[in-house]
Structure formats: C-alpha cells, structure tokens
Design a protein around this ligand. Structure first.
Ligand code: F6R
Length: 364
C-alpha cells in the first residue's frame, strides 16, 4: 500500500499535488475560470458572520481561512477550537454560517459543536474528508475534500485539501456578496490552479530538507515564526514536529516574539522562519535580526528573492517557489511537513503511529 515510500505520512505528503488538483477540480470551473460550489438552498450573500470550529490541524486550516473570508468577502469571522467553543456560550447571530472543518468528520468536540450550532438555527457547512462521516451527514452544506484515505496519524494531505476548499468558499462568498468582480474571480481561480505545480516544486526540495534534519533532531525546543496567513503555518509546523518527533515546538506570530518567547532564544533553540517575499517580508527580517542578536540559529524558508535578501548567516535555508500570496499557505505546508518527517526519521520514532495519538478522536 505504501508503494515506494517508507511511511504513509511520506506517501501522503507526496500525494498533495494530485489530491489538491482533484479537490480543486470539483470547486473551480476551468472553462471560464469561475468558482462553482455544490448546490445548496440558502442565500450565501445573506451570511453576516462566519463561525469556524475545528481541532488540531483542521483548526489551523480555519485560521488561514479567516484571513481569506475577511480579505475577500469582508465578512467577520470567529474561530475557536471545538473544546473551548462548546463551553463559552458563544453569541450566534441570525444569518450566521457555522463552518466545521474535520478530516475524519467524527471528532467528538467538533461534532458536538456542530449539533449545538444546528440547534441554535445556524446554517451548517462542513469541510470533511470522510464522505460517510457524521459531520458529512448532518451538514446543510457539505464541502468534501478529495484527499482520499489518510492513514498517517499526522494530518498532511487532508490539510492542504481543506485549504483549497476554504479558498474556493471564501472566493465564492466574495463574488455573491459583490466584493469580487468577474476579473478578480478569474485571477483567484488562476492562482489556485497554480497550486499543484507549486506543491510539486516545493516537494523537489525533499533532499535538501532530509539533509538538514540532523541539525534540528538534537534540539530540545524549536520555535516557528510566521506572519499573516503564514502564522497558522508556523503553528502547524510546530504541531507536526511535536507529534511525530517529540521535540517541544511552539509557533508564534513573528511580531509577538519580543513579547515573551524571545527570552528562550539561545544558540540551542533553532528558529524556523516562514517568510515568502512580499509586503510583510521586511518586518519578518527585523524579527530575524532580533533572534540573531541573541545567538539564535535560524532556518529560513522563503523564495529565491527572500533567501537572497536574508538568507546569509542562517543555519540553513529551504527554497520555495515564488508563489502568489493566496497559495503560499498551501505551498509552505510542504517544507514544515517534510522537516517534521525527516527529523522524526533521524530520531527513529514511529512516524505513522506516534505515541499517545489516535487518528480519530471520538472522546471529548
Ligand atoms: C494533527 C492531527 C490532529 C487532527 C485533529 C482533528 O496532525 O492529526 O491535530 O487534525 O485531531 O481531527 P479531524 O480533522 O479529523 O477533526
């Protein structure tokens, strides 16, 4: 089943160009470069607030989507982890869309939150990978990811497929609400359709990442930094590393580092910086300087332009293709997945079945 791969996780990381393309093909119409969602019987333009609820990696997909809903569809977004959402008596407005994201469609806390929102009269949308799951059945609007079965406990391909669906949903909402004109819609679709090739280009750096994994494997703590939609990717990178290599890792918003975590920095704490070149890049470079001034060892993940400007003096660099900001979170998922994977291989941990973790968490 694993073919030429050593682990399911590795196989699933490499499947991403294919499954993201597959997922996009059911949300984008290539004949006229438009977004096409499944049929449903409510008026999406009347949605006044989106409430996103999920756990773990699926929650990070939701965090990325918040940037897109706000930027494109100008709709306010609340987001919470399911275990907190349920107990904080959230205020749900009329005409609200509650959006649940789950690979398995069975995560107990997320499912309970879905049922709560349904009882409150919210419209329920679910981005789910298992089409026969409880969440898939109970949603008003089912938005399937077509990642295929995910066997590795650490989620990889389901995550990038979730991002693909969420980008299409945000664009669709933007079009219906009149915040995105036909030409802008076409551009968004064109950029999304570039994702599979860019994922392939990111995967081409697998060997580079494998050969630097020994630099991270001895660390006790690792920090991941990112800004904007790459901040959730820093959280995702840290989660992947914790889960499968058992190294303590934290993701931080780059600008938040000086408000506390900078106290941790010394030459034994690698700092992984996710920073595509672009308007936020200069800010991140100054955060890198703060790290360097304290002896911190940086791994910079950026495109050729970013590495040219700020790569010097880093412990290691990982080159990504130059991509449109919309698809950067999908593409930058690859190096953080591969880094966690190769570090775990160096450490000899059980990549597909990490200790204490289950693929589907059906207890609260
Ligand atoms: C991380 C991971 C978990 C899941 C979380 C939610 O690699 O696998 O954090 O993302 O348990 O699971 P689903 O998406 O099935 O609701």
């Amino acid at each position: 089943e694993k073919g030429n791969y050593r682990h399911f996780m590795q196989k699933e990381i490499f499947e991403q160009p294919t499954v993201v393309a597959q997922t996009l093909s059911s949300y984008l119409r290539q004949s006229d470069n438009s977004v096409a969602l499944p049929q449903f019987d409510f008026d999406i333009s009347s949605i006044r607030r989106v409430t996103i609820v999920a756990c773990g990696t699926s929650y990070y997909a939701g965090m990325v989507a918040k940037y897109w809903f706000e930027q494109f569809a100008r709709v306010p977004v609340d987001i919470d982890v399911a275990s907190e959402f349920r107990y904080r008596e959230p205020v749900l407005e009329d005409n609200g869309l509650s959006l649940f994201i789950s690979q398995s469609g069975e995560t107990a806390d997320t499912l309970a939150a879905l049922r709560h929102c349904k009882e409150q009269g919210q419209t329920i949308a679910a981005v789910v990978n298992v089409p026969t799951s409880s969440m898939a059945r109970e949603a008003d609007l089912l938005l399937p990811t077509h990642a295929g079965p995910e066997i590795g406990v650490a989620s990889t391909k389901a995550f990038t497929c979730q991002l693909a669906v969420l980008a299409a949903l945000a664009a669709h909402m933007a079009v219906t609400k009149g915040f995105m004109n036909r030409q802008e819609e076409q551009e968004v679709v064109e950029h999304l359709l570039e994702a599979p090739a860019c994922l392939n280009a990111a995967l081409d750096h697998d060997d580079d990442i494998a050969s630097m994994a020994h630099l991270i494997a001895p660390a006790r703590d690792v920090l991941y930094l990112g800004r904007g939609p790459d901040f959730p990717m820093a959280l995702e990178g840290a989660l992947k590393l914790k889960e499968i290599s058992y190294i303590h890792a934290e993701g931080y918003a780059s600008g938040e580092m000086k408000h506390g975590p900078i106290a941790l920095i010394d030459d034994e704490v690698p700092v992984i910086v996710l920073a595509p070149s672009g308007p936020l890049f200069e800010k991140t470079v100054s955060n890198m300087e703060e790290v360097r001034a304290r002896g911190g060892q940086i791994v910079l993940i950026s495109d050729a332009e970013g590495l040219e400007e700020a790569g010097e003096g880093c412990m290691a660099t990982i080159e990504m293709p130059k991509v449109h900001p919309l698809i950067a979170p999908l593409v930058y998922a690859v190096p953080v997945q591969l880094l966690a994977y190769h570090v775990a291989c160096v450490k000899g941990t059980d990549v597909d079945q990490p200790r204490n973790l289950a693929k589907s968490v059906t207890v609260e």
